[in-house]
Design a protein around this ligand. Structure first.
Ligand code: FDA
Length: 402
């Protein structure tokens, strides 16, 4: 076990991909994780079917302080390369929508594929293993650069290594093993962090909005949602406390406290034109009922009650009032009280500042031999397979040089 060419902390997608590549190059590689189950996040991803990549994954699908940072790794390890591995292992998969690739059967297929690839590459795996401390060795110890104190089953030992790769992921879902260790290690070595926040978790309403909308819990509507110049056309889902569903999850990645979220509730329609046509044709229906033909009736009723007090039939509603109401339908806006939090978040936005790392090797510029890969880095993908693609690509890139 000691010494190792490469020691990787965190056996998620990024860590395993790095171990495979380093092992294939003949480097002795040890992959350490404190969890008892391998690939916990992969197993719970994509509703148990793992949305393992997205055919369209490119730099525009990621949020980072430096939008160019992810380009190098993503271009050298594109989605097709991961799909090639999936096909080599005979894993059945399908596209669900918008380029998103899912396993037909189970996310376990992806974990077993990566475990097998690690074995074939000769990378050793140590689960249930804790990191106790990390120290830098003096130059006289070269090529060894780090000593890592670990403990397993109550027994402690030290392992020395040439390259140390931190792949501990983000803070979301602490109950399956997420910790802030990667950020602590970055700080220990003087690397700056970009402020972290839970993301892809949806929104919580302010108290008054929650009171207004809680009766709509469970209701889903296809909308266009906008936040900070980004817009997504997918479904929102009302919960008892806020908004979930893919559209709200996407928007939450771009949201900062105080930002307004704007929703086009009828992306397919120009409601003013529709209502006006009906009004001019002498339709005597109430607006809430006419709106109920375009949106779920429960929602139409609530929205009218909140924004269109009148229950007058259409002929008695002024065109001006109609126009204002329709503007509201196209631009319903609210300021969330927050996002849902790490207990539900798919990812952590922010992390190790990319200024500190080489985009080609993911190595810390000031600490030779120390690499950060995957979600722990300030590169966060949209919902839809982009985060795994970053995990594979950054792990692959580091695996070429460690
Ligand atoms: P990851 O979190 O996978 O791995 C980190 C590893 O480090 C873990 O095994 C952990 O146990 C270990 N570790 C942490 N602290 C440690 C410590 N102190 N000591 C030792 N080990 C430690 N993405 C996507 O593209 N498609 C999808 O379908 C989904 N679905 C999805 C669903 C849910 C519910 C969540 C929470 C997340 C997703 N994601 C996703 C996001 C995706 O899972 C995530 O971005 C990647 O798993 C990140 O891979 P990493 O290898 O960087 O971290």
């Amino acid at each position: 076990m000691n010494p190792q060419n490469v020691l990787i902390v965190g056996a998620g997608g990024a860590g395993m991909m790095c171990a495979i590549e380093a092992g294939k190059r003949g480097r002795t590689t040890l992959l350490i994780d404190h969890a008892s189950k391998l690939g916990g996040k992969i197993l719970i991803s994509g509703g148990g079917r793992c949305n393992f990549t997205n055919l369209g994954a490119g730099p525009a699908n990621y949020v980072s302080k430096n939008e160019h940072f992810c380009k190098s790794a993503l271009s050298r390890f594109p989605p097709a390369k991961f799909i090639e591995m999936v096909e080599r292992h005979g894993i059945a998969y399908h596209e669900k929508k918008l380029g998103q690739q899912f396993c037909d059967h189970s996310a376990q297929d992806i974990v077993e594929m990566l475990r097998t690839e690690c074995q074939w590459a000769g990378a050793e795996l140590a689960m249930n293993t804790k990191i106790e401390r990390i120290e830098r060795l003096p130059e006289s110890a070269a090529p060894l650069r780090f000593r890592v104190g670990i403990s397993r089953g109550g027994a402690s030992q030290s392992i020395e290594c040439e390259s140390l790769v931190i792949a501990t992921g983000g803070l979301s879902i602490p109950k399956i093993g997420a910790t802030g260790l990667g950020y602590e290690i970055a700080t220990q070595f003087g690397l700056k962090l970009v402020e972290r926040a839970p993301a892809l978790d949806g929104f919580t309403f302010s108290e008054s909005d929650a009171a207004s909308f809680q009766a709509l819990a469970g209701l889903s509507i296809e909308v266009v949602i906008r936040c900070r110049q980004k817009s997504f056309r997918e479904n929102i889902l009302f919960t008892h406390a806020g908004l979930s569903g893919p559209a709200a999850l996407q928007a939450s990645l771009h949201w900062y406290p105080g930002d307004q979220v704007i929703v086009d509730l009828l992306p397919e329609h120009d409601p003013f034109d529709l209502f006006l046509e009906k009004k001019r044709a002498g339709n005597r229906g109430q607006v809430k009922n006419l709106l109920g033909e375009l949106l779920p009736a429960r929602f139409a009723e609530k929205f009218c009650a909140l924004h269109f007090a009148s229950e007058l039939p259409l002929p008695q509603v002024s065109e001006k009032a109609l126009e204002q109401f329709c503007l509201m339908l196209k631009n319903w806006s609210f300021i969330p009280s927050g996002t849902v939090g790490y207990s539900k978040a798919e990812v952590t936005r922010g992390g190790v500042n990319t200024d500190e790392l080489s985009s080609k090797t993911l190595e810390a510029k000031q600490v030779p031999g120390l690499h950060f890969i995957g979600e722990v880095v300030d590169v966060t993908g949209w919902l839809g397979g982009y985060n795994f693609q970053w995990a594979w690509a950054s792990g692959w890139a580091a695996g070429q040089v460690v």
